[in-house]
Ligand binder design. Sequence first.
Ligand code: PEP
Length: 250
Amino acid sequence: MMSRRKLIAGNWKMNGLSGALGYFSELAPVAAGASADVLVCPPATLIHAAVQACAGTGIRVGGQDCHAQDHGAHTGDISAAMLRDCGASHVILGHSERRADHGETDGDVRAKAVAALAAGLVPVICVGETLAEREAGRAVEVVARQLAGSLPENSAILDLVIAYEPVWAIGTGRTASAADVAAMHAAIRERLPNPLTTCIIYGGSVKPGNARELLSLADVDGALVGGASLDAADFSAIIEAVSLENEPLR
Ligand code: PEP
């Protein structure tokens, strides 16, 4: 079986002033010994400084969104090329908070993913159902539709990451059960044009206490971590859970 290197990604959302950059000196030794790639997506104002703080550590820095155009009259927006220019390697796209707060559609996400890839960024494309959709038994149907609409057409040959984030588990302290996560990741993988090599990560209240169980699931290639990524010790513990995943749970 082809093995995919795991990815542990942190999403700081709208948190962090320049004083937060000391975080990276705490994270650097953990990332250096990690069995996973480590990505941190701070707010746009900190990307350049974070890239400098991470130089030589192997920690990658990403954006939380980008515009679909590469320049122009779009006040307040940032293009993928601008993110790349300040040293970002990845960009989160279609996060449920962007879909809810800014009305982003699957088509918008696809256009942004195309722009990200053209700029040399790896898109981290988020999909996930609401609680009402899960309770109605429509979770797989909803996620399949989001995938079909959000992935660029030639995604069989592209380097991208899928983040499965059930909306009801984000920032709520509620986590999907291991069985539900495993089933959804398998359903996503079946629908990918490049199933063997595409990294599918889980997001939704991942914490040091549940990371090991979630990360040990067959089709889970890592985690997208919101709240717990703001604390270097918690985020480090989640990164370290990757190397523990094959050890028996006591
Ligand atoms: C997220 O922001 O993508 C996320 C999963 O947040 P949290 O870990 O806080 O649920």
